[in-house]
Structure formats: structure tokens, C-alpha cells
Design a protein around this ligand. Sequence first.
Ligand code: WT7
Length: 678
Amino acid sequence: MPTEAKAGTSESQIGVHWREEPLTEPPGSFVSQANMSDPSVFERFSEKNFPKCFEEYADLLTWDSKWHTILDAGNPPFWKWFVGGKLNASYNCVDRHLTSHGSKAALIWVPEPEDEPTRIITYRQLYDRVNEFALLLSEFARLHAGDRVTFHLPMIPELPVSMLAAARLGIIHNQVFGGFSAKACAERMEDSKSTVLVTIDGYYRNGKLIDKKKEADVTVTEAERLGTKVEKVLVWRRFPGQYVSEAPMVKGRDYFVDEAMKPFSGKTIGPVSMDAEAPLFLMYTSGSTGMPKGVQHRTGGYLAYVAGTSKYVQDIHPEDVYWCFADIGWITGHSYIVYGPLALAATSVMYEGVPLYPDAGRPWRIAERLGVNIFHTAPTTIRMLRKAGPDEPSKYTFRFKAMTTVGEPIEPEAWRWFYETVGKKQAVITDTWWQTETGGFMCSTIPALSPMKAGSAGPGMPGIYPIIYDEDGVEVPAGQNRAGNICIRNPWPGIMQTIWGDPDRFVRTYYSKYNRNKESKDWHDWPYFAGDGAVLAADGYFRILGRIDDVIKVAGHRLGTKELENAVLATPEVAEAAAIAMADELRGHVPVIYVALKPGTSSSKELEERIKENVVKELGPVARPRLVHIVPDLPKTRSGKIMRRLLASISDRTDYGDVTTLANPDIVETIRRQVQAE
Ligand code: WT7
């Protein structure tokens, strides 16, 4: 990690110093059964076989008609994959498994209340539900291929059902994470011009029944204010026949899914054969500026990439019980709870609730009872479980063969607990580095073929050629202990297509920084800029340091500092705001807000609380600031740029370095004294 953060120093110029971690070999029991144990994969996916190598992933799918061109790179950076090919994602994840796996569990859903029975949904039952809901979308909601539909759903099996039903008809789904506010949902509906909202009456989280339908009403009002009229709200019910929300159903707008679906009971609708390049879904994610961007993923390339990586990195075999403990509202859930595992006919476990409910043994009881043997989660969950119950895993008899960590850097200490105590030294670990934009894993070890290194994601995946550039676009070679910006030199099938409705922003954000020639039709001139700092060790393993832009990661969730600041500015007393990420033992980072008030207003605890509440109202509970510091002024450069990094080092109590070049250097010490005394 960077040892100091001087004002104006860019991430890529900071030297990095840490102890090189030893390599750990994968257990023999894992290697002997692995899907990918043939080292020739590296040769097959080497640059001289690019892009043909990716046919190996596409061949895992069933195509209605075969592609004529693997990669069309004629209009950089708008790559096209498996051009001319046709397929349906829902068919690939459901229908084609019916003959051999019809009565096998596709989804196992564990409700949060421990006394509520687990629900098992076989591939046959999934097929029935998906068809009925697809009929509802088509015949009742009148949606067609290419239309957008928005879901604001928690971790319930109706979410994958809704996704697969939309995919069946080529309707582009847009799932908004349940922890985002009604307002955030409305903005995403407006941006994607989506007029149908799918929600649920309520769900359990941390022992409480959350009223979700209430939020839908706010979403509708907000969307309307922004200019999008929501025609229909389709409401799933958490308990059959009951209604657990306090919000009234609005006549002519709100419909219970179970009632509206009755006419379609037992009926089917054929999957629509979609172009490989047809958009499959949108996922909004935070960037450095303004409104979150709608990351648009394609059908063929995306599905091929997540199926291939689920097979070779997650090592999913049909007989495995695979549990990805993430939320489907994030890309991890789309790729590695729903599309990847189901394309492989896996049994995918879903859990409704939080890790520590009702106690730190819960995840291990679930794993034991269901016979989970592949476990996939985030460092924040690992830290939380370790803190609350370091010895809990040894009390249960589950046995994992493979485990994954994703979403933020993992400290070697936490990694070792995961390996020794959770994995019982018998499970291989993959630390997968990737992003919403990349669709699937970018860096990871291939578990049977390369040793693990605590805290390092590993080399580029087969067919992925990462590189580190300094600010000037000069390659930072391996083994120099020097950080830089990690980029991917080549296109790959899982890469996003564009930003919904804003192709210029797509080019600007991901390609303009290191593009060598705007006119070039050669993909070699268009490296993908990921926005992360990283270091490449001599052995070819990448260690990811974190975001270099104004994006912060809170418990693995991605938030924009600009979004947070805009939310803070909704409080009338606030003149200026700066959002920073403060280091936190469990959550990795937490949002902390620094504000300067308008003249004539004064600071108070009540105001701090109101600012926090406003952020929750604007963005959702996931963004709640840990602390709000009301300070006399914010430190700025002479050109007026707020020095967030400096504020972060005050919060983290690290040395903030030389500030003499600032417009108002004296304020820094004033703020430090105030904050560190609080
Ligand atoms: C950002 C992307 C990847 C799916 C979930 C998050 C950070 C992701 C790792 C890892 C260190 C990681 C990066 C990246 N990140 N995986 N294994 N080690 N950092 O997707 O919300 O789009 O966030 O998460 O900073 O840019 P996302």
C-alpha cells in the first residue's frame, strides 16, 4: 500500500513497499479433479491464437446459428464478438438442461429467518416459472425484444426468474441493487427509458422485514418528475397469498405477479433467437463524474465468457453445490450466481440475508446443511466473519474444494484465515480481479495450474493480456515495485459494449487515456483503461491497489465520490462537500464527508445526522456516511480543486506530506486538529 500521500502525487508515481508473500501450491485433491489441469491452456490462449482461442468458451453454449466472424475489430473500441451467431441466454441457462438435469436443483434459496424452510427450484420448475413470467412481460406488460425492464429486487429466487424471463424475449434487464434508494432506481429508469418496474412487497435483512413496495411508490413519483412515466409496477410476494407491505396497491398501475400470471399457468413461450451482439442487460455503476453509467453487456460474448470462466476458475462440475455469497444486484451475482453457473447446469445457492444473522456460524451451517463445496465471497464478508467468529468454521463439517475472493484487495492476514480456517487447508483460493465493465474475471490464477499468493490476484486470465502503464503511457515492467495503471491490451468477449446512450463517454472513460491513434483500426492501439492502480511482481502476479479515480469501494460496493457529494449538497446549509474513503478494519473503506457550511449557519450534531440521512435518502443505505466533519473550509489547490486525498490521510492519520503549494495551506492543520480530537 502507498506509504504516504503527498498533495498532487499521482498514484502511479508512488513507490510500493510490502513483504513479498510466499506461494502456496493447490491441494492435490483439488488438482486431480479440476476442469482445467492441462497447462497447454496458456499456449492455446496465447496472443498468437487470439481471438480464435475464445471459440473454446463459445463452444460451451448452444447456438441457433454459428458465427461467421469471431471478432470484428473494425470500429474500435466498439468490438463485436461472434458476429452472425444467434442464441438465447435463457435457453442456454434453462431449456437445454431439461433432458439431463430436469429434476436437479438449479437454485437453492435460503431465507434469512433460520426457521423458514429452504426452497429448492429444479431446472424443470425454473423453466415453468421463467416461461410464465416471460408471458407476463410479453402479453400483460407488452414488452418486446430491445425494450428495457427495471428490477429493484432483493436476494430472492424471483430475481433470477425475472432476469431469465426477460432474456428469453430479448428484453434488456436492468437490475438495481436492493440497497440503492428509490431515487437511485428512478434515475436508472429514466436513463434507460424503462416504463415497467418489477419489485416485491418485502424481504428480510438482519432480522427485519423491509418494506420494499413502499420504495416503489417513491420510485414512480421520482421517475415521473424526471420525465419517465412508469406504466406498470409488478409486485412479487415474499409469502404466497399474503401482502407484507404497508403501501396500498395503486389500481391500474400495481399488479401482484402471482395474480397477473394466473392465465399463463403451465403455458410456454419460445425463446427468441437473439443476435450475439444484442444487448442482454444493463448494470449501472459509479464513475468519476455525474450520473452512474449504464454498462451494456452483449448476449453471445458475455455468456460465453462467464460460462468459460465459471468452468475453469470456479471449477464448477454438474455435481457441485456452488454458493456465491454476493448480491445479484452487482455484476458478481449476474455473472457468477446466475448466468455462468446456470449455463453449466450447476446448482447455485442463494441466501437472502446478511452474514452475521443470527450469529457468525450462519454461513457455515448453510454450507454444512447443503453440502456446499465451492464458496465465493468478498473480503469484507471474510473480515466480518473472522472478527465475529474466528473459530466458528471448525465447528462445522463442511468441506470446500474451491473458494473465491472478489471485489477489493484482501489483506494477507484475512487471506490466511480464509485458507486455513475456512478452507481447512484443503481448498484452493482464487482472488479474481475484474469489474462491472469487464463482464468476467480479468486476473486470477487457474486454480489447478498456478500456485496462490496471498493478496495478489495473479496473472492475466487465459486470453487476457494485462499491462501496467505509467501516467505517460510507458510500460512499467515486472518486478520493480512500482505502481501504475493496470490496462488490458486486447479486447475479449465479456467486455461491455458501450455505455447505454452515451458512446462518447464510453470511449472517453475507458480508451482515450492510452489510445495511440484515434484513427487506428488496429486493436493493439486501444488498450482498455481499468481505473485501478496495480503492481506487477517479477513472477507475473498482479497486486491490485485500488481505484485511482474518484470511485470508492465500501465493503466491496462501488460508489462515486461525486454522487456522494451531490447527495450531501441536498442539505441546504452545506456550501461545499468532499467525500473520501476512510480505511476501516472490516469494511475495507467507509465513506466520510467533509463539509463547509454557508455563512450564517452553524454546525451541530443534528446537522451531521441530517446530512447522513439525506445521503441515505438520495443514494440508499449502502452509502450511509460513517462520519460527517463540519470544518471551516476545505483544502484546495490554487486552481480550486478540493484535495480529497489530503483529507483521506487526515482521516486515516497518515502523513499528509507537503501542502505549501495549496491555496489555503493553513486550513490543513486546523482540520487535522479538529478531526483527530473528535
Ligand atoms: C473494482 C470493480 C469484480 C466484481 C465486483 C466488483 C475492485 C475487484 C478485486 C480484487 C482487488 C478488486 C477494483 C475494481 N476489485 N476485484 N480481486 N482485488 N480489487 O465490481 O463494483 O465494478 O468494482 O473493484 O478496484 O476496479 P465493481
